[in-house]
Write a new protein. Structure first.
Length: 268
C-alpha cells in the first residue's frame, strides 16, 4: 500500500513543517509541456516541466504545484510520469491536481511521489469524495482546488474544467462545506486575475480566510513585490506564482527577499 504516510521520499528528507509564508511555483501542464496563459486561456508553451521544477527547487521553492489543466476535460491525469521523475530529485512537498476523480487516482499520484492532491471538478460533482480522501489518506493530503470568478452582483462563483464551466456554487459556501468534510487546505485561484500581473484578488483571499481555519494558497495575479504582502495580510499562507517565475521576471530568492523586506516571516 502506498500513500501519504508511506511517501517514496527518503525518511530523512527536509519536509518539515515550519512557520512562514510559502513561495510555491505553480506548473500548469498540458501533455508533456509546461504552459502558461491568461485567465487560464490562450496557452503558450514555456518548456520542459522537469527542467523548470528542478530549477525552482534549487532556487529554494517551499513547495511545488503541478496541475494537469486538460485532465478533467479528458477525464484522466497524465502527470504520474512527470511526478515520478520530479520526486526522485526534489525534496519539498509536491501537490498534484487535475482529473483526480477517485481514491485510486489519489493513490496513483501519491505512489508517484506526490504529497498532496488538489481536487476541484470531482469534488464538486461528489462532495463525499473529500471525506473519503481525508479518511483514507489524511486531511493534510486533501487540497480543495477552487477556481473563482467574480459575480456581477457581488461574491464569487466556483468554476470547474479549468475555469470553463459554471457550477452555480458560491465560493464561500463551497469552501465551508469542503472544510467541514475534512479538506485540509484550499488552493484558491482567481480566474479573473490569473496571468494578468495585476495582483492577487485580495478581497477573495480575505473573505475565504475569514470563514475557514485551514491554510490557503493564493493563486493568480502576482505582478509586483507589494502583492506578496497584500495577499499574506489578507490571510494566505502560501503564494502560488507562475508567470513571474516562468518568464524570469523574478527568482524565488528575490521573492523571499521582498517578503522579508515587507516584514513577512519567510521559510529558510
Amino acid at each position: 500500500m502506498c500513500g501519504y504516510y508511506t511517501s517514496p521520499h527518503p525518511a530523512s528528507d527536509p519536509k518539515t513543517v515550519v512557520a512562514g509564508i510559502r513561495i510555491i511555483p505553480r506548473l500548469d501542464i498540458k501533455g508533456p509541456h509546461l504552459i502558461k496563459g491568461i485567465h487560464l486561456e490562450g496557452l503558450r508553451v514555456v518548456g520542459d516541466p522537469h527542467v523548470f521544477a528542478l530549477g525552482y527547487y534549487s532556487q529554494g521553492a517551499d513547495e511545488l504545484v503541478f496541475m494537469d489543466i486538460v485532465a478533467s476535460l479528458y477525464q484522466r491525469n497524465n502527470l504520474a510520469g512527470i511526478i515520478e521523475r520530479a520526486a526522485d530529485q526534489i525534496y519539498v512537498p509536491i501537490t498534484v491536481g487535475g482529473g483526480i476523480r477517485s481514491l485510486h487516482d489519489v493513490r496513483t499520484m501519491l505512489c508517484s511521489g506526490a504529497d498532496k492532491v488538489a481536487i476541484n471538478t470531482a469534488a464538486v460533482a461528489r462532495p463525499g469524495l473529500i471525506a473519503e480522501v481525508c479518511e483514507r489518506f489524511g486531511s493534510q493530503c486533501m487540497v480543495l482546488s477552487v477556481e473563482a470568478k467574480r459575480r456581477s452582483g457581488g461574491g464569487w462563483e466556483a468554476f470547474v474544467d479549468n475555469g470553463r464551466e459554471h457550477t452555480g456554487l458560491d465560493v464561500v459556501a463551497w469552501v465551508r462545506q469542503a472544510v467541514a468534510l475534512g479538506a485540509g487546505e484550499i488552493m484558491l485561484t482567481s480566474v479573473d486575475q490569473e496571468g494578468t500581473r495585476k495582483g492577487f484578488d485580495v478581497d477573495l483571499v480575505r473573505t475565504v480566510a475569514d470563514c475557514v481555519t485551514v491554510p490557503i494558497i493564493a493563486s493568480g495575479g502576482y505582478g509586483r513585490p507589494s502583492d506578496l504582502q497584500q495577499a499574506a495580510e489578507a490571510g494566505a499562507s502560501g503564494l502560488a506564482i507562475a508567470d513571474a517565475l516562468h518568464w524570469q521576471r523574478a527568482t524565488i530568492a528575490e521573492l523571499k527577499a521582498h517578503a522579508r523586506a515587507a516584514g513577512l516571516e519567510v521559510r529558510p
